[in-house]
Design a protein around this ligand. Structure first.
Ligand code: GLY
Ligand code: MN
Ligand code: MN
Length: 427
């Protein structure tokens, strides 16, 4: 028996049974989800199971599966049996995990629903037959979302494994960059080395050469080999049992200013990752990051203004427009990042960090990303020039850096009481 999974399941059952009591319920039913299709097409979209359901099981969950939690000691798994010769059989994975469950394999989609009598809430997409008996409840979602931020040892272990798998891909991508391959070839090498198809990625990997590195969520994978290789920015992860890593590396062939910026950004990133400990307000960590980047812009003579003036005028934000990071888990941008209470109170980010996805105070066993960036984004630079007369920026130096695109360095970090554990760099 995987004891990490067994104790994860024990604590999940205890937590959900506390939830039943708190909301005076007899059942919580979680639907894994349905296959969905493109408009007027019989081609299905890649299936992504409902994260609340995936959290319960140590394998990738298929559609049309249900989990029932009640006061019984074991949760129930409803596993659909289908006659379908078009697709691979939908067989229940074998293993000791199943000793911990009551499993009902059924071809009658709604049979099991007859037995649900009592107060019941369901989570997931609407299911015929269930919606008459059970309701949906926002307050329960707030309660569950808030607690999803704290990971069990099993979840931390899966995130660690997802890092190891993605790092094999990142190493292959670096090598492909040095070998002069195209974005598409680098991406294919990444997938091969991290042993996944593009459908299995936690998000579509970003593979950006040269000035494309300035596009935060660059979505193309160009097949053309460029005639020069300044930069590779690769932001890509891997998934294990639904838990995804989210890692970014930037590589350059430069030996001058851009390379110096890259080395400094790596050191800023490491310092911030070390500071991500229990009790730290993540908004403050983001502000520390802005200040560090402002200092770097001044030291490297990109902007002559001191840090506080740069930040007040929005100049540092021109070069670092996104947030420092986010919660990580079953979803890449895991739920509850702005939720500061189990009841659902929301804390929006401050105006100088509008895209910050995490405003909570860090607590032990949260897993987060730390991903500072420094980019040369023509659209934002033009906006700065037209709205900030005294910007103090050396535009000819900036122009020489445009072909490099930008830098992002992203690690996955486990928050602990007096320390942080970098899951990406920790062997
Ligand atoms: N890969 C998306 C992000 O870093 O947030
Ligand atoms: Mn990322
Ligand atoms: Mn991220």
């Amino acid at each position: 028996m995987n004891s990490l999974y067994a104790s994860h399941l024990t604590s999940l059952i205890a937590f959900y049974q506390r939830t039943l009591e708190r909301f005076q319920l007899d059942y919580i039913i979680i639907a894994s989800g349905k296959k969905s299709y493109y408009f007027q097409d019989d081609n299905a979209l890649p299936f992504k199971p409902n994260a609340y359901a995936q959290q319960w099981l140590p394998f990738d969950l298929d559609p049309d599966t249900f989990i029932i939690i009640s006061n019984e000691s074991k949760p129930t798994l409803i596993w659909p049996l289908k006659e379908d010769f078009w697709h691979a059989p939908h067989t229940l994975p074998q293993g000791e995990w199943s000793d911990l469950w009551t499993i009902k394999q059924t071809s009658a989609q709604t049979d099991w629903m007859q037995k649900i009598t009592g107060k019941c809430v369901w989570i997931g997409q609407e299911v015929k037959g269930l919606s008459n008996k059970c309701s949906q409840n926002e307050d329960i979602l707030h309660w569950l979302n808030y607690h999803r931020a704290y990971k069990t040892d099993y979840e931390i272990d899966l995130l660690k494994q997802a890092n190891i798998r993605a790092l094999a891909g990142h190493n292959a991508a670096h090598q492909a960059f040095l070998n002069g391959k195209s974005e598409l070839e680098i991406y294919l090498d990444y997938l091969q080395a991290s042993q996944q198809t593009s459908y299995q990625e936690p998000y579509s990997g970003i593979v950006a050469l040269n000035k494309n590195a300035a596009v935060l969520h660059y979505e193309h994978k160009r097949p053309q080999v460029p005639d020069h290789f300044n930069t590779l920015l690769i932001d890509a992860g891997a998934k294990i049992n639904g838990y995804g890593s989210d890692i970014t590396r930037t590589f350059t062939t430069d030996e001058n200013v851009f390379n110096d910026l890259l080395i400094s950004m790596d050191s800023i990133q490491q310092t911030l990752a070390n500071k991500a400990i229990h009790g730290v307000d993540y908004r403050d960590l983001h502000l520390t990051c802005l200040t560090e980047i402002a200092n770097l812009l001044q030291e490297s003579q990109i902007c002559s203004l001191p840090a506080d003036e740069q930040i007040a005028k929005g100049i540092t934000q021109t070069f670092f427009p996104h947030g420092l990071g986010h919660l990580l888990g079953l979803q890449v941008h895991d739920v509850g990042g702005h939720q500061v209470s189990p009841e659902g109170d929301i804390l929006k980010p401050q105006s100088n960090a509008p895209y910050l996805r995490l405003t909570r105070t860090l607590e032990s066993n949260m897993v987060i990303t730390i991903e500072p960036g420094l980019y040369f984004i023509p659209m934002l630079l033009e906006k700065m020039l037209s709205t900030v007369p005294q910007h103090g920026c050396d535009m000819s130096l900036i122009k020489s850096l445009l072909p490099f695109g930008g830098i992002r360095i992203e690690d996955n970090v486990l928050v602990k009481d007096n320390m942080s554990v970098n899951l990406t760099r920790h062997s």
